[in-house]
Design a protein around this ligand. Structure first.
Ligand code: IPM
Ligand code: MN
Length: 357
């Protein structure tokens, strides 16, 4: 597809974020040569470092500046000297909302050679994708408290769901399922709790049923979220693509990360698929301060996030090549996906992926 200059903003972030980011860029360098496209990266020090120096998480013009890039690569945020949640909210959630990255794409794929805690399950059983809504629900920060700090304290936290918000993500998920074209059959499962959330999830359900009519080739399926947690452990091979709300998606994607071998391998994309939209890709593991600077953290998730970035940004063959190289390395070289137990250092795993390319 497009073969222009891929213009990337890189927020390496905190802890081990910059280390894994460096390996992802190393892989980008090689695959761009192989595939014959050029790229440019701009390092941005937004996040904890910027906060400790200036008291702000990002400069005033950050959003406008980020809008000028083709995509954003984010290493990790979270600093032991800063109260938990501050940078996550001020950076990650702010970017998701301000850049309207309404798709949170989270593949749950067990790479060859990677251990899963699910007994008797292998790579052919654990290969599905969660499409999480990324801009609504309990994440809006709507609510308040009364009589705070007293025994009579009351708090509200409101989930919002809009027709526009659920329709656009549901439609995107149907398109994605169609394109993914699972040889075992195309199935999109709506995961919600319509038996209890009889307003918000009823809106989701009705919208899902309506949009489904436009996709007769895709099986439109429904699971309650609690049952989905059960099936993800018992029968993960059932799933092809899941579409779900922001809060439920947050929870089930951590379960997904565990069954695919842990935070060292799980990657995600925060995508604004509209024309001119700027998307952000990230490994799911946090900043892991205790492993910082030791060359022991697993860069596979970050390299996978780069593969996703390429696939979603018009460099599909490059992205696929990266994913295949990852599978080769997990399948033939790495002893484990856990930090310090890989049998290689962080940079060596990056070199192995490069060699596999
Ligand atoms: C995720 C994370 C974030 C979320 C946190 C860091 C705010 O857990 O990307 O899943 O809850 O969405
Ligand atoms: Mn999460």
């Amino acid at each position: 597809m497009s073969k222009g200059d891929l213009n990337l903003a890189v927020i390496g972030g905190d802890g081990t974020g910059p280390e894994v980011t460096a390996e992802a860029i190393k892989v980008l360098e090689v695959v761009s040569n192989l595939e014959g496209f050029s790229y440019k990266t701009t390092d941005l020090n937004y996040g904890s470092q910027y906060y400790l120096e200036t008291g702000k998480i990002m400069p005033e013009d950050a959003i406008d500046r980020l809008k000028t890039f083709d995509a954003i690569f984010l290493g990790a945020v979270g600093h032991p000297d800063i109260q938990p949640g501050l940078i996550e909210k001020g950076l990650l959630l702010t970017l998701r909302f301000e850049l309207d990255q309404y798709v949170n794409l989270r593949p749950v794929k067990l790479y060859p050679g990677v251990e899963t805690p699910l007994a008797g399950k292998g790579p052919e059983d654990i290969d599905f994708v969660v499409v999480r809504e990324n801009t609504e629900d309990l994440y809006c920060g709507i609510g308040g408290t009364m009589k705070k700090g007293t025994p009579d304290e009351v708090a509200t936290q409101t989930a919002i769901f809009s027709r526009k918000g659920c329709e656009r993500i549901i439609r995107w998920a149907f398109e994605y399922t169609r394109k993914r074209n699972n040889p075992k059959g195309k199935r999109l499962t709506l995961v919600a709790k319509k038996n209890v959330l009889t307003f918000g999830h009823d809106l989701w359900d009705r919208t899902f049923q309506e949009v489904a009519k436009e996709y007769p080739d895709v099986e439109a399926d429904y699971n309650h979220v609690d049952a989905c947690c059960m099936w993800m452990v018992k029968n993960p091979e059932y799933y092809d693509v899941i579409v779900t709300t922001n809060m439920f998606g947050d929870i089930i994607t951590d379960l997904g990360a565990m069954i695919q071998g842990g935070m060292g391998v799980a990657a995600g994309g925060n995508i604004n698929p509209d024309a001119g939209g700027v998307s952000m890709y990230e490994p799911m593991g946090g900043s892991a301060p205790k492993y910082t600077g030791q060359n022991v953290i697993n860069p596979i998730a970050a390299i996978g996030a780069m593969g996703m970035l390429l696939e979603q940004s018009g460099y599909e063959t490059a992205g696929k090549r990266v994913m295949q190289a990852i599978e080769k390395v997990t399948g033939t070289n790495m002893k484990s996906q856990a930090a310090g137990k890989m049998g290689y250092g962080t940079t060596e795993v990056g070199d192995l992926v490069v060699a596999a390319l």
